[in-house]
Design a protein around this ligand. Structure first.
Ligand code: ADP
Ligand code: MG
Length: 252
């Protein structure tokens, strides 16, 4: 087996804590800051964000447009890097890897659901769903088998060979959800996953996330601007101008 440099580089890190009474959080941030641009175009976006999310939590992140919610989720999801501070996933320090290492870690640890789905237009539904398995080197028969099962679970058995342009918004979001779930990540990050869906379809997607959280104990961090949705999540934080303004629930 090839040596995985991402795993080798993080293997040396001690766990964030020891002892059962002090189990590592699924996710923790300490003093995370992020600024975009330089000089006159400098935009400070996140200021000294600290946050600890226990395993199995369902955390909603709310706040006005432009407050830094997506930036925060992208940092947690290793799609971008903080300027300073520390991010830990399952007790492992992450956030300052190379792009390739970040991609490998993301593939193993995280399922990401985007507001705009981010499906590849030339691939069919099942091929989109199977992408994380392709990156892991799984053979085609296994990829197709698992993708079909995932799509069937989400009520899309009759759409597996359709391309995104041939699917409704709700169907695209379910394909995106299946892609996020197929690798069985312990952490799902969702950026306004119901934002481009009608109310009924959005409710279905929320039910699926809740079910996953309740039955598998998957930790979920979801950005939403809908106070009703956020109010029904186990924990909630509010971001304003790049700072945590208010907290409720287990996440602290
Ligand atoms: P939210 O998701 O809460 O609406 P964002 O995290 O998308 O907010 O954006 C926060 C701020 O950061 C906004 O002022 C936005 O214009 C700015 N911003 C986001 N991404 C970038 C980027 N790649 N380059 C420059 N500025 C950015
Ligand atoms: Mg956003």
């Amino acid at each position: 087996m090839d040596l995985d440099p991402a795993m080798a580089s993080i293997a040396g890190f001690p766990p964030a804590s020891s002892g059962p009474e002090d189990a590592p959080s699924a996710l923790s941030l300490v003093g995370v800051s992020k600024t975009y641009g330089t000089g006159a175009a400098r935009v400070p976006v996140l200021h000294d964000i600290s946050l600890s999310v226990p395993a199995g939590d369902f955390l909603a992140i709310v706040g006005p447009s432009g407050s830094g919610k997506s930036t925060l989720l992208n940092l947690i999801g290793l799609l971008d890097r903080p300027d300073s501070g520390e991010i830990r996933l399952d007790g492992l320090s992450v956030g300052f890897q190379s792009r390739a290492e970040a991609a490998r870690l993301r593939n193993r640890l995280i399922g990401f659901v985007f507001q705009s789905f981010q499906l590849l237009p030339r691939l069919t539904a099942w091929e989109n769903v199977a992408l994380p398995l392709l990156y892991r080197g799984a053979p085609r028969a296994e990829r197709r088998g698992r993708a079909l099962a995932a799509l069937e679970n989400l009520g899309l058995a009759d759409r597996v060979d359709h391309r995104p342009s041939e699917l409704s918004g709700g169907q695209c979001q379910r394909v995106a959800l299946a892609r996020a779930l197929i690798g069985e990540p312990r952490l799902i990050l969702a950026d306004e996953p119901t934002g481009s869906l009608d109310t009924a379809t959005g409710a279905t997607v929320m039910d699926m996330l809740r079910d996953l959280n309740a039955r598998r104990g998957t930790t979920i961090v979801m950005v939403t601007h809908d106070p009703d949705l956020a109010g029904r999540c186990a924990s909630q934080i509010e971001i304003r101008d790049g700072r945590v303004q208010a907290r409720r629930g287990a996440a602290a």
